[in-house]
Design a protein around this ligand. Structure first.
Ligand SMILES: CC(C)(COP(=O)(O)OP(=O)(O)OC[C@H]1O[C@@H](n2cnc3c(N)ncnc32)[C@H](O)[C@@H]1OP(=O)(O)O)[C@@H](O)C(=O)NCCC(=O)NCCS
Length: 339
């Protein structure tokens, strides 16, 4: 009788923290996959959390042929987030499983590594939800094979920047604020607490953004891309020193323009309006002020990310000329409402 080959079960380990060497292996894996897929599987938050303190996130690693073949990171629900979203938040919050990013080395796919890592993730929390950035065919096939369903969508939208944006005179994107409000730039060392308060209020129902802490804010302010000149704060005359609304823009060389891949795209990183000032016509001129800053830097394009169920923000951005260029989908076992 012929010997029956035993199925190869890749060794999977779940760790509460990574050594600097392991973190570097993950970055290398992420770069290899991004080059092959044309979209990064590991987000800024996940890359920052490679150095997170013990137990803040969970790391799942599978080694094959002596090197890191697959990696998943599980962020507890409501953990530090970031990225642009609309002024009125509006996504489900508590009661959700961890948010996961999962990537397999392009040379080692279709060998069960992704399934093995996902099994380890679900064994710890069956409500786990995994991001498919760009909703690649591989991710769709993988989700279908494992019986996962889409539970959340994140739209990446883009718009060209023009000279009229730089002067604040673009049709439909004028920068003039309503009477009683004025704009200035964020002052590090002065505005942190006021900004955190408004961010928490504006994104009270947002799963990630609303719970940013002072440490999360400082972590972002320490990044090479941070520039207070692109962090616009609106004050109401009636409440000096408080933040009525804000538009934080980002210029990260990693963010490539879709129209010219050699150029960097600016980003509407996050726009928030305090609930006390919502419905007063701040969102459009505030968004336009950020576009004016980015256009003034000579950037050809601006991108942003917004939740698929944030219809108010989707409408605002569409009316400002933004169009969908990619949709990220979050998959989970059918314990959540389907989108
Ligand atoms: C999606 C991904 C994690 C799958 O990893 P993997 O190790 O290749 O997955 P597995 O080998 O465990 O595949 C399990 C099943 O998923 C399905 N599947 C995986 N890749 C697929 C593809 N490219 N097309 C269609 N189905 C696919 C198949 O049914 C497969 O079983 P089979 O190979 O016996 O037919 C990997 O392709 C990847 O890293 N993609 C980029 C990052 C990403 O999108 N991550 C989010 C995943 S939701």
């Amino acid at each position: 009788m012929l010997p029956v080959p035993s199925p190869t079960v890749p060794p999977v380990s779940t760790l509460p923290s990574l050594s600097p060497g392991q973190a570097e292996e993950v970055r290398t894996l992420g770069r290899r996959a991004a080059d092959a897929d044309g979209v990064a599987a590991l987000s800024e938050q996940t890359l920052l959390s490679l150095a997170a303190p013990e137990g803040a996130v969970e790391h799942v690693l599978a080694y094959a042929a002596g090197h890191l073949g697959a990696y998943a990171q599980c962020q507890p629900a409501g953990g530090g987030g970031g990225g642009s979203d609309g002024a009125d938040g509006g996504s489900p919050g508590d009661g959700e499983g961890p948010s996961v990013e999962l990537v397999v080395d392009p040379a080692l796919r279709r060998q069960g590594l992704g399934s093995a890592v996902w099994a380890a993730v679900e064994a710890r929390d069956p409500r786990a939800r995994v991001w498919a950035h760009g909703d690649l065919p591989s991710a769709r096939g993988f989700a279908a094979a494992l019986g996962l369903e889409p539970v959340r969508e994140l739209h990446k939208m883009a718009r060209p920047l023009t000279e009229a944006d730089a002067t604040g005179e673009a049709a439909g994107a004028a920068t003039a604020l309503p009477a009683g409000f004025s704009a200035r730039t964020f002052v590090p060392g002065q505005d942190e607490e006021a900004w955190l308060e408004t961010n928490a209020a504006a994104f009270a129902r947002h799963p990630e953004q609303g719970r940013l802490t002072l440490a999360d804010l400082r972590e972002r302010m320490d990044q090479p891309w941070f520039d207070p000149a692109g962090f616009i704060v609106v004050e109401a005359d009636e409440a000096p020193g408080r933040v009525a609304a804000f538009h934080w823009t980002k210029v990260d060389p990693e963010q490539r323009s879709t129209s010219d891949p050699a150029a960097t795209a600016g980003e509407v990183y996050v726009v928030g309006v305090h609930p006390a000032y919502q419905g007063r016509g701040l969102a459009r001129p505030l968004t336009a002020l950020g576009l004016a800053h980015l256009a003034g830097l000579g950037l050809p394009e601006v991108v942003l990310y917004v939740d698929g169920d944030n219809t108010g923000a989707l409408r605002t951005y569409s009316s400002l000329g933004f169009r969908d260029i990619m949709v990220d989908v979050m998959y989970s076992r059918a314990v959540h409402a389907r989108v």
